[in-house]
Design a protein around this ligand. Structure first.
Ligand code: ZN
Length: 140
């Protein structure tokens, strides 16, 4: 998983382990890379982390923006990690759709790539909300 140094990095690493198990991706290798991105205050929630998964090889690569992590509350770390792991769950479907789109002539493809990205993000967020609410449920 890489070396986790700060308290926030360790918290994030523990969350990755937990959500990976929860989503039955225990056999997947996870690489976490922390990057120093200069981001404006207030724009942090939009650029927290990114997931790149190769389901075929059971690999997940997560990029985490240090600027976000340093400011993140524990619950925000849970939200983001849950979200990124859902991306890994959905990666096989997204990969099939993206491969099919590539077979289309360029003019027929127009708009579909953006649509795919938008819906992939929307479904991921929807599932993240269900699982995060369920993780807190029924204690409120
Ligand atoms: Zn996302």
């Amino acid at each position: 998983m890489g070396k986790l140094e700060t308290k926030a990095e360790k918290r994030l690493g523990a969350a990755v382990d937990r959500w990976r198990d929860r989503f039955w991706l225990k056999q997947h290798d996870v690489t976490i890379r922390f990057v120093d991105t200069k981001i404006k205050k207030g724009a942090m929630s939009t650029i927290a982390a990114e997931m790149d998964a190769t389901p075929r090889y059971k690999e997940m690569r997560m990029v985490v923006h240090k600027g976000w992590l340093e400011e993140a509350k524990p619950s925000e770390i849970e939200d983001v990690v849950c979200h990124e792991i859902v991306h890994a769950v959905l990666a096989p479907l997204k990969d099939v759709a993206a491969a099919m789109l590539k077979k289309l002539p360029k003019e027929a493809r127009l708009g579909f790539c953006e649509w795919l990205d938008k819906e992939n993000e929307a479904v991921t967020t929807h599932l993240e909300h269900i699982f995060r609410r369920e993780a807190r449920w029924p204690k409120r």
